[in-house]
Design a protein around this ligand. Structure first.
Ligand code: AMP
Length: 194
């Protein structure tokens, strides 16, 4: 997750962290050159040798193109790009209600009708749940504008490559997960989503 990598560099107060903080707090993207570099470095680490999943990357067509070039140089190929869709107003509400574990980074939904019973501690590790500073309704609205201008074209980019898997994110997590897994099967075993 590039977002998590940026939050770690912010905590470490590195040069990348200081730059990332300015962008993240405004709901802007971190510049492509910086983002691409951290991803390139990360995917060459040993735990990525058998494959990897990128979360929140690429978020611009320039990032997608750089990823293709980097993978080509590494003689690797992207299997699929997963696009989980929800209406804009639902994403603002999920962002406003999102809490993250200060200890392990897991996400949870707090309050509201969706998950009224969520405890104030992390279900995974018992850590303290906190709100991300960029998870305000105002920043969320701006992030949606940035999404429409810079990230939505990435879906078209992968559609043209025949790699795009679009799933409806308005269903329970287990169903969304099952749809993705089913669509990631090789073509001869593919189960079409209803
Ligand atoms: P996330 O945790 O995925 O919601 O990302 C939080 C913030 O980190 C975003 O709003 C951006 O400011 C920044 N960020 C994460 N991933 C990227 C990316 N691929 N390109 C540029 N900025 C990013």
């Amino acid at each position: 997750s590039t977002g998590s990598m940026f939050r770690a560099s912010m905590q470490a107060e590195s040069e990348v962290g200081l730059l990332a903080r300015r962008c993240i707090e405004r709901g802007e993207l971190v510049p492509d050159s910086v983002t691409v570099e951290i991803v390139k470095e990360r995917i060459q680490q040993a735990d990525c040798s058998k494959g990897f999943l990128l979360d929140g990357f690429p978020r611009s067509v320039a990032q997608a193109e750089s990823l293709d070039e980097a993978l080509q140089a590494l003689r690797k190929e992207l299997d699929a790009a997963v696009n989980i869709t929800i209406p804009a107003e639902e994403s603002v509400s999920r962002i406003a209600n999102r809490r993250v574990c200060a200890q392990c980074g897991a996400s949870a939904q707090a309050g509201g009708a969706r998950d009224a019973g969520v405890a104030a501690v992390c279900r995974e590790c018992g850590g303290k749940l906190v709100q991300r500073p960029d998870d305000t309704p105002e920043t969320a609205q701006h992030r949606l504008k940035v999404y429409a201008a810079q990230t939505k074209p990435v879906a078209d980019y992968y559609q043209r490559q025949g790699r795009l898997i679009t799933v409806d994110g308005l269903r329970p997590v287990e169903q969304v997960f099952a749809s993705i897994i089913a669509r990631l099967q090789p073509a001869d075993k593919m189960i079409n989503e209803a």
